[in-house]
Design a protein around this ligand. Structure first.
Ligand SMILES: Nc1ncnc2c1ncn2[C@@H]1O[C@H](COP(=O)(O)OP(=O)(O)O)[C@@H](O)[C@H]1O
Ligand SMILES: [Mg+2]
Length: 290
């Protein structure tokens, strides 16, 4: 297990130490290696507070957090975690390369290696072409990719992203999801939070839904969404008349009304094919070179 939360609780207190908000309430969950895990919930449900405890930035009121079998406060554990905060403050006058290089320098890499790691990360996030432009002129999607490149500077085994798709248009969201999938494919464990369900549904292996700090549901996305009391059939190439005929026959056979309807694509994929903006070419290979 990469992450284990055991009855994690956080109570924020006011100046007189009176409990004010129970932000996280007895949350238990575990995330395995290579999993993409989504923490979902409306605003104020305790996602960011959970993330901060998991990163060792906040201490739990009670309960236990273990990351890579140790405390997230230990330096050895921290070195294996990458964090993309909800808002990354990129200095507007710096170029994408300078931003990432700054974090590479902070991580203690020798200069030559820092420069090489920066180049690999910019290539991976498809920012090489824009690397020497100031980030003030970047779209939100590009700026988020700079933040992501910075979070990956230490080659983390666990990547924690707080609302990585918030404020992005569907194109930017698709790009973040593509990168998450690429990273997961290379063995990186990912924990991401979101209040936008559609943004995580097709990228996460498992999700947990939080409500008022507690776990309301958890499981595989497909299992959570599947209806267990019916089945659906696909009729490739069929027109409305054929479908109506078959529906009638089936209806007689099972003794219940059978409905025929056209399958639809998600609004997201329709939108993406309509605006037909080519996906940037993300390349994991340079990042994986040691
Ligand atoms: N530092 C803090 N002091 C007091 N209350 C806080 C603090 N941080 C968060 N909260 C409260 O805890 C609850 C959960 O917040 P948060 O974890 O940010 O939710 P989410 O990320 O799901 O939107 C909210 O009611 C919020 O107001
Ligand atoms: Mg939050």
């Amino acid at each position: 297990m990469v992450v284990e939360l055991d009855r994690l609780t956080k109570v924020f207190r006011d100046f007189w130490l009176r409990p004010v908000v129970k932000a996280v309430d007895g949350l238990s969950l575990s995330i395995g290696k290579g999993e993409v895990f989504g923490l979902l919930g409306p605003n104020g449900s305790g996602k960011s507070t959970t993330v901060k405890m998991l990163l060792g930035l906040l201490s739990p009121t009670s309960g236990r957090v273990s990351v890579f079998g140790g405390s997230p406060r230990s330096v050895a554990v921290k070195a294996r975690i990458g964090y993309l905060p909800e808002l990354s403050h990129l200095h507007p006058f710096l170029t994408a390369r300078e931003c990432v290089a700054y974090y590479a320098g902070l991580s203690g890499l020798p200069r030559g290696e820092a420069r090489e790691r920066t180049r690999q990360l910019l290539e991976m996030t498809a920012l090489s072409g824009a690397a020497d432009r100031p980030v003030s002129g970047f779209s939100k999607g590009m700026a988020r990719r700079v933040g992501l490149a910075a979070a990956l500077v230490g080659r983390p085994e666990l990547l924690v992203m707080d609302e990585p798709t918030s404020g992005l248009d569907p194109v930017g969201t698709r790009d973040v999801k593509t990168l998450v999938r690429l990273l997961a494919g290379s063995g990186v464990t990912v924990l991401m939070t979101s209040h936008l369900l559609a943004d995580v549904a097709d990228v996460c292996d498992r999700v947990a839904i939080m409500s008022h700090g507690a776990l309301a549901a958890s499981g595989k996305v497909a299992d959570l969404l599947a209806k267990t009391d019916a089945m659906q059939l696909d009729l490739p190439g069929a027109g409305p008349e054929t479908a109506a005929e078959i529906a009638k026959e089936l209806s007689a056979r099972i003794g219940a009304p059978v409905t025929a309807r056209r399958p639809s694509v998600s609004l997201e994929s329709y939108f993406l094919s309509t605006v037909s903006r080519d996906a940037p070419e993300f390349r994991l290979a340079p990042f994986l070179q040691k």
